[in-house]
Design a binder for this molecule. Structure first.
Ligand code: 5GP
Ligand code: MN
Length: 323
């Protein structure tokens, strides 16, 4: 048996032998975080386990993903029942778990499943594969080892994870393996058209007003090699959009041609959260790590103290310029 299948086997055994499991993921939960938590929750329940889906305290399920089966069952980390095994998903560092970090690091067994290349391997068992398009894809790989059948709910949640982390099957991580697994998920009941509509065609008018502002502020720097835009707290107040409705906002500006990198800066009172996307093979993961964040080479982010102007200056100095 290869070491990978041994690891999958070990994790499956740990999951099946636990009496009670809590499943959590990173703060600012995206489609992969939400889909992976709920997909694994349903999968382990299909196998007979007692499972609690957990979000960091104060974090609620983003409206976009409330259609997912089980999305109304989340328990805040601070109210989690007694558990003997925690699964941390899609989070390269325990600091990304919010207060679910205490739950994870305090558990006697911690299983980490992730696809970030900079994962700190902080679990007692770690399954980290940066070639996987989404954490949800790795969970699907566990199926044959768990010896139970994935139902429509599992397929729906994990397909959502895979669809969102591949940018609707369009980014460079859209591998043959990702597409094969997506096809299997559809065979198990995921409704591709319906899930696409739920995630990408159910936006509020307020969110579209935020898109308009973001596009109106599109600017170029570093001799035209970087495109960026920004939003501030007043934009949320004036449009009525929710902070969680910015999840795919950067996609609106990444469509511009001729740039190597795209940045979206979101300011709050004393810090700026930055999303980065690379085009043409530039490594924005490295840039994000230099500025205290992390992520993949093509999609990364960080949060930094300062203003839009000060953080932008730090960022542009690290991004490609004319030479
Ligand atoms: P997004 O721009 O969609 O928020 O994040 C893009 C990618 O970068 C995601 O894979 C996300 O997990 C990662 N990322 C974003 N912000 C941070 C951060 O502050 N720290 C780390 N380690 N990763 C981040
Ligand atoms: Mn992910």
């Amino acid at each position: 048996m290869s070491s990978r299948s041994e690891r999958l086997q070990q994790i499956a055994e740990a999951l099946l032998s636990a009496r009670s499991v809590a499943v959590c993921a990173h703060v600012d939960p995206d489609g992969d975080a939400m889909g992976s938590i709920l997909g694994l929750t349903h999968l382990l329940r299909c196998c007979g386990a007692t499972v609690t889906p957990v979000l960091a305290s104060g974090v609620s399920a983003p409206a976009t993903y409330r259609f997912l089966p089980g999305a109304n069952e989340f328990v805040p980390a601070s109210e989690s029942p007694e558990i003997d095994l925690v699964v941390a998903l899609d989070a390269p560092d325990p600091a990304r778990l919010g207060d679910a970090r205490d739950l994870a690091l305090g558990a006697s067994k911690l299983v980490v499943i992730d696809h970030h290349p900079d994962n700190k391997l902080y679990g007692t068992l770690n399954l980290v594969d940066d070639r996987a398009a989404a954490t949800g894809e790795i969970i699907w790989e566990l199926l044959p080892y768990l010896d139970c059948v994935a139902d429509k709910r599992v397929a729906t949640c994990l397909y959502t994870a895979l669809m969102t982390d591949t940018g609707r099957f369009s980014y460079g991580n859209t591998t043959p393996a990702a597409l094969r697994r997506a096809a299997e998920m559809i065979e198990h009941g995921a409704d591709a058209a319906q899930l696409y509509q739920h995630v990408y065609e159910s936006r509020s008018p307020a969110a579209l007003a935020l898109v308009a502002r973001t596009l109106a502020r599109l600017a170029f720097a570093n001799a035209g090699r970087v495109a960026y835009s920004w939003i501030g707290p007043e934009d949320f107040i004036e449009t009525g959009a929710l902070p969680e409705e910015t999840e795919n906002l950067i996609d609106e500006i990444r469509v511009v041609r001729g740039v190597d990198a795209v940045a979206l800066l979101k300011s709050s009172h004393d810090s700026v959260r930055v999303s980065l996307r690379a085009k043409n093979g530039h490594d924005v993961g490295l840039v994000a790590r230099t500025l205290g964040g992390g992520g993949h080479s093509a999609a990364a982010g960080f949060t930094r103290a300062g203003t839009i102007e000060s953080v932008l200056a730090e960022l542009l100095a690290l991004l490609p310029s004319a030479n």
